[in-house]
Every structure is written in C-alpha cells, then in structure tokens.
Design a protein around this ligand. Structure first.
Ligand code: ZN
Length: 203
C-alpha cells in the first residue's frame, strides 16, 4: 500500500543496530515493483512451507524497497514472487517501531463495522481512491522465524493488512472501488487502463 501522507514522510534515520532495517526513504527500491496491467499481479500466491533464511532475506529486501518507494506495505507478488509473504510498516516515520513481516496470513475474523478510506498502491502509483473494508480484523500468521502468531488490528493497520492480503489472491484495491467515474478519472490521469481492473461485487 502506498502512503498518502508523504508530507509526513520525512527522512527517518535508523539508529543503526546491524540487524535493523533502515527506513531510509531515499534511493531506489532494490526490487522491481510490478504495475497494474502486469499479469503476475493477478495470480494466486502459494503458502510458504518452510520459513528459512532465504525468506528472511527476501522480506528484508522487500522492506528496503517498500521504504524507498515510500510505501507502508508490500506483498511478494508485487515484486514478481507468488508467495504468501507481506511486509508492513504503518509507523514508517518512527525509526524505532518494528515493521511487520507476515507469512501465510489468514484472517480469522472480521469486525462488523465497515469504513471507507483512501488507499493507494505501489503497483498503481499516483492513484488514490476510497475503498470500503471492515475496520477491524483478527489475524493468524507465521513470523519470520516460522512461529505461529495471532493479532488483532484496527484502523490503518487493519486496512493495510487487508489490502496486502488481497494481493495474495490476485486482487488489487481498484477492483473494490465502487465509483466507476472516480476510478476511470484517476486511472486515466496516471496513464493506467480501465481494462486492467477486475471489478469485485462487494455486497
Ligand atoms: Zn497494493
């Protein structure tokens, strides 16, 4: 997910322990981020059966690319890898806050309250549109050491997790936009095409 608060995104210097990932928002993403229209974004991802050092290395590279692209979330399919791996950091301005690495995430419960909020996506740069989603979720996942974990999320974090999990099913946030008029206007403005959207009937 792209952050739409880039005015807040001042360079946050990481305070340097060797294992810490710098949240530096300068430089180029080390991984190519695929864009709307690329078929790789439309495929289902596979569960990760073994969480090993190659997965941890991949997660680190994804975090570096996410920070460099000024994002708050990135899913493995966005860098061309159809595996159930997400990285998220809604506290990108806070260099001390740990990013989340979610492996094989599953939502076990959705809250009944829905809310509408503007989303963006590193795969659809420049496009920001309102999407309706449940405002709270319960989640099961594995962490970067392969340990089973559970968490509850609300607010921006709950939204970001749902947005990133959609990527694992080949779904993009523009598929969920209900206002066709706004959608087409936004896409056109950034040089994207309506034909690359696969609308979901949200009821
Ligand atoms: Zn996205």
């Amino acid at each position: 997910m792209a952050n739409n608060f880039s005015q807040l995104a001042r360079k946050s210097k990481a305070n340097g322990s060797a294992d810490k990932i710098s949240k530096e928002q300068t430089g180029k993403p080390s991984l190519e981020i695929y864009k709307l229209g690329d078929n790789i974004l439309r495929q289902n991802s596979k569960r990760i059966s073994k969480v090993d050092s190659s997965i941890r290395t991949l997660a680190k590279k994804m975090l570096q690319s996410m920070y460099a692209a000024k994002g708050i979330g990135l899913a493995a399919p966005q860098i061309g890898i159809n595996k159930e791996l997400l990285v998220i950091d809604v506290n990108f301005e806070d260099s001390a806050a740990e990013p989340l690495i979610l492996i094989n995430p599953e939502i076990s419960d959705y809250g009944t309250t829905l809310n509408s909020y503007e989303e963006g996506c590193l795969s659809i740069p420049g496009v920001y549109l309102n999407v309706v989603r449940p405002s709270t979720i319960k989640l099961k996942f594995r962490d970067e050491m392969g340990r089973p974990r559970k968490m509850k999320a609300d607010g921006l974090l709950a939204r970001c997790i749902q947005h990133e999990m959609d990527h694992l099913n080949g779904v993009l946030f523009v598929d969920r936009v209900t206002s066709k008029e706004d959608l087409n206007k936004e896409l056109l403005k950034e040089g994207f095409h309506e034909k690359d959207v696969i609308p979901i009937n949200c009821s």
